[in-house]
Design a protein around this ligand. Sequence first.
Ligand SMILES: [Zn+2]
Length: 296
Amino acid sequence: VVYRGRGASVAARLGAVAALTRSVGGADYRLPHTGVMSYAADAPKIPAGAVTSEDADLIEHLAKQGRVRLHLTLTPQELPPVESYNVIGDLKGSEHPEQVVIVSGHLDSWDLGTGAIDDAAGIAVAMQAAQVMKQLGLRPRRTLRVIAWMDEEGGLIGARSYVQQHGAEIGNHFAAVESDLGAGHAMGINFAGPPQLQALLRPVASVLQSSGAGTLRASEEVGSDISALTAAGVPSFSPIQDTRFYFDYHHTAADTLDKVVLRELQENGAVMSVLSYALTNLAVDLPRSAPRPPRD
Ligand SMILES: [Zn+2]
């Protein structure tokens, strides 16, 4: 993804006239894997495109035999922004309604696919967490806030405006969870924050162990939309998922509902539900990291 995002400027500095990025996925369906890219200020803005793995292999094969000439017809359009919204629903906390635990996914998708795995699946499991609490008649002590972030793909626009609007209440954001790596088999929980979080999460992991989701893994970043909250010191979490097939489909025309396996989606829903129940009801405060500047 970093090659797609920044490759054109790196190539331009080396004198390239255009840059093509090979698909990240390993699938053999001749699908270009697309997504956002940006130009560095100090490099010429050369045309950039995505090619399928099969075509990248062909170009490589031909290049071994001699000089290859490519004619590019690129038709990108960037339309002016329109008004849109994050969709937010709160299940009010009974004891600390001002303290917020976010569970989330993002509402938009890259334009080629319908966005079933990126990221309708994430929103589904976030909504599931609130739904399970309702169904079981549980009232969280802290507020459970379900967020469907708008415009992640265009550059975290919804997440940035949320932080702008709620900047004064960051201290009341107890934790943030995002699912944005598909709907594959859930294997545990990523956490970003102080290492002591691991011991606090152990009871959660042992509940999830029976479904194969008992692994705990420290990670610097756990979700793009919540990365600004993570940087601000809010303990942050995401499901660890089997992502072997994610890059075959997301940001391609094949990101459709048939790629979501119900059983695996349910496993992710279980991780989100158990984790968010624990976070909204935990008897102690979570340790927080010192704030650091968010990444670009
Ligand atoms: Zn996504």
